[in-house]
Design a protein around this ligand. Structure first.
Ligand code: SF4
Length: 375
């Protein structure tokens, strides 16, 4: 097994490739990666550095990634993985599931020494906006990491995997027993055998095309007719006619619109970025469009300890205590803290205002740049 990160990214049957093969047996990884992979790698590195040094506010983080890194940090905190006394938390961990040429690198592993279940925790963070999500318990990629983690911690009774969708600000987790992972290993071995034997007639266009070399080269027999059809066919169903369509017709349109939306989304993102850049240089640089700034994400304006102390003192002054508000024993995002204060105080207007006033002096307000068509 290779040891350097560049080589590790290219294991022939690595976890991310297996996840794509589970979508389409014809998937071929693009050796040049993609813009999504590049951003994902940037976030992995930033989050890893934050966790390794027990602090995210002092790290140099790309402006576009700050919100995602903050969310990843929040979840790790709520899982009890952050803190000077927290031992055995390893970021960027090489795991070998015992599948030939199938090693991969998990974002984080930890021995779950807080619980009594003797589980290993494996974390995987995802960036970007996925059309679909399978959940941690159905993810081929996470099952593969879990098998590798069990080999790395043979004394464990099982593995808890946590998937964090950073841009969508949600996370899911699942626990696998040793027996379940034995079944998953058989499934993965069968998947590799099916992929090796797959014929073009078995390829299925979908989300995996976004990362597939066959799509990039335009050589995929499954994708080409869909793209050609989409280019010529402007008879997309009107929303009002959807109810009268049968399931087969809906499946047909879903399939080719999903394929087309991948390239549309990519071009649209690039166009929006270029329009913002030009409008920043010249307000009339893109006729009919404008950019403006609006309130963005809020961040805590002081150290975690001081913020927690303020929130606790607010709760104490309003008849609460740590026991009455256990969710504030670790720091969450300002929006989440405000929600919890409202849940504690009551949902009426006065309580909401009181919660907003309690949070306001503790945060700094970010800004985000918005592109808009002029009316
Ligand atoms: S481009 Fe073709 S082979 Fe690649 S994932 Fe899409 S359908 Fe499968």
């Amino acid at each position: 097994m290779p040891t350097n990160t560049a080589e590790l990214a290219h294991a022939e049957w690595g976890p991310s490739r297996l996840a794509m093969l589970d979508e389409c047996l014809g998937f071929l990884p693009d050796p040049e990666g993609s813009e999504w992979a590049e951003r994902g790698h940037r976030i992995d590195t930033a989050l890893g550095a934050c966790i390794d040094s027990n602090g995210w506010l002092d790290q140099p983080i790309h402006e576009d990634d700050k919100a995602a890194v903050e969310y990843g940090w929040d979840v790790c905190t709520s899982l009890g993985l952050i803190g000077p006394d927290r031992g055995d938390v390893r970021t960027q961990v090489r795991l070998d599931p015992g599948i030939p040429d199938g090693w991969g690198t998990a974002d984080l592993t930890a021995w779950d020494d807080w619980g009594l279940d003797q589980l290993v925790i494996v974390l995987d963070w995802k960036s970007g906006w996925n059309l679909r999500r399978k959940g941690a318990d159905k993810s081929v990629q996470l099952a593969d990491y879990a098998i590798g983690a069990l080999r790395a911690y043979p004394q464990a009774r099982g593995v808890r995997v946590v998937q964090i969708e950073l841009d969508q600000e949600r996370w899911t987790d699942a626990a696998y027993s040793v027996e379940q992972l034995a079944d998953w290993k058989l499934y993965l071995e069968d998947l590799i055998a099916r992929a090796k034997a797959a014929k073009p007639g078995q390829y299925v266009a979908g989300d995996a095309c976004k990362y597939c070399l066959r799509a990039k080269r335009g050589t995929c027999p499954a994708l080409r007719p869909l793209i050609e059809q989409a280019a010529q066919d402007d008879s997309a169903p009107e929303p009002g006619t959807l109810e009268s369509m049968d399931g087969k017709a809906i499946a047909h349109y879903l399939q080719w619109w999903t394929a087309v939306s991948i390239s549309v989304e990519k071009n649209l993102n690039a166009l929006q970025a270029e329009a913002k850049r030009r409008l920043g240089l010249d307000p009339k640089g893109v006729p009919g469009w404008r950019i403006y700034q609006r309130a963005g994400r809020r961040s805590w304006a002081d150290s975690d300890e001081k913020i927690l102390a303020s929130l606790r003192s607010f709760l104490a002054n309003h008849g609460g205590s740590d026991a009455g508000a256990p969710s504030l024993t670790t720091l969450v995002t300002p929006a989440d803290a405000e929600k919890r204060l409202i849940a504690f105080l009551g949902k009426d207007k006065a309580s909401k205002e009181k919660a907003a006033k309690a949070i306001a002096p503790l945060v700094t307000q970010g800004v985000s740049t918005v592109l808009e068509k002029e009316s």
